[in-house]
Design a protein around this ligand. Structure first.
Ligand code: HEC
Length: 113
């Protein structure tokens, strides 16, 4: 009986430790414009929002522009493709994980770097 209690405790402690160390790993560093956002906008919102690529829609090619428009950006990328204002215009909807990068960036405080 004592042995059983000890093994149950041991297993419990192992589970607890692995839970703690794995939950630490998921506490990721805050997202930043330069690391997480710039490349997505440069790929998914080009050429329309990138003046140097000939885009004539509102420029979203700088940190300031994306930061200032973030609420509008998040609203539009969450629409369905058939809804008015959907972005990226005439393209497939962004994946849930890509949309989550924008919302997480906002939650993390809209950092530049
Ligand atoms: C094929 C061209 C095209 C692509 C790609 C595109 N857009 Fe747009 N976007 C437009 C046009 C044209 C407008 C202006 C018409 C309107 O407001 O719907 C616009 C407007 C917007 C606006 C409103 C700007 C304002 O006037 O305040 C936002 C925000 C926006 N787009 C975000 C995005 C984001 C984010 C992406 C990439 C994920 C993207 N768009 C991809 C063409 C595009």
């Amino acid at each position: 009986m004592k042995k059983l209690v000890i093994s149950v405790l041991t297993v419990g402690i192992i589970i607890l430790f692995s839970y703690c160390s794995s939950s630490k790993k998921t506490v990721a560093a805050p997202l930043t414009y330069e690391t997480n956002i710039m490349a997505i906008v440069g790929e998914k919102c080009a050429p329309c929002h990138i003046p140097e690529k000939g885009g004539r829609a509102k420029p979203l090619n700088t940190y300031e522009a994306v930061r200032k428009n973030i609420d509008n950006i998040i609203r539009r990328i969450q629409l369905s493709p058939e809804e008015k204002g959907f972005m990226p215009f005439k393209h497939d909807k962004l994946s849930d994980s890509t949309i989550a990068v924008f919302t997480q960036w906002k939650t993390d405080g809209l950092r530049e770097k």
